[in-house]
Design a protein around this ligand. Structure first.
Ligand code: SIN
Ligand code: FE2
Length: 213
């Protein structure tokens, strides 16, 4: 049967100055993105990292690209190797890179040059508390964040943790880009609700593209 909704063209929803949601932007690429995620995870499996404070993160993570983000008792860092396995991160698939560049350009950041892609996997109940992305060297480069699988509520706040937040539902194929005056805004993900997604099963996946160095 023809699925009319998947034919819907992407559309833009401004969030703040320098921040926009590109709705459904990655829908067409989604099956190929999902296959590439699983291939990365075969080489470098998803792990629940430990925060510097000693807590196990509810989100499981892996990476691809020149650098990968992770957390352990020593702190947050970008490294060329997965410190868990000692293996280098797999290269960023060309499809990932192209999508990130295209989305950044469409959001007004034509010079994005990502060297890191964090892959987050959320299971029911998993969440990401409000935080700023500030472990990167060059804060002139934006963040490009691609949502796949189950929907989740994204919080997008101000420049202090206690500032009011917008809450928006991010669905399969939605892409959020934030940079410029919004680069250091607090953001997070509320606990994932259980569900069953035709491509991603019981999970939500998120690709976060960044320039780390
Ligand atoms: C992140 O802030 O690293 C990820 C946000 C998301 O999962 O949408
Ligand atoms: Fe983040």
């Amino acid at each position: 049967m023809l699925d009319l909704f998947s034919e819907e063209a992407p559309w833009q929803e401004p969030l703040a100055d320098g921040a926009v949601i590109l709705r459904r932007r990655a829908r067409e690429e989604a099956p190929a993105l999902m296959a590439a995620i699983l291939a990365v995870a075969q080489q470098n499996p998803f792990y629940h990292r430990i925060t510097p404070g000693g807590h196990r993160m509810s989100v499981a993570m892996t990476n691809c690209g020149d650098f990968g983000w992770s957390s352990d008792s020593r702190g947050y860092q970008y490294t060329e190797q997965d410190r868990e396995s000692g293996r280098k991160w797999p290269p960023m698939p060309p499809l990932f890179r192209q999508l990130a560049l295209d989305c950044a350009r469409e959001a007004g950041f034509p010079h994005f040059n990502p060297d890191a892609c964090l892959i987050n996997r959320y299971e029911p109940g998993a969440k990401l508390s409000l935080h700023q992305d500030k472990d990167e060297k060059d804060l002139h480069q934006p963040i490009v964040s691609v949502s796949l699988g189950l929907p989740a509520v994204f919080q997008f706040g101000g420049f202090a943790r206690g500032d009011a937040t917008q809450r928006v539902l991010l669905e399969h194929g939605d892409v959020v880009v934030w940079g410029g005056p919004s680069r250091l805004r607090y953001h997070g993900i509320l606990p994932l609700k259980p569900g069953d997604h035709p491509l991603a099963g019981a999970f939500r996946y998120n690709l976060t593209f960044r320039r780390a160095f």
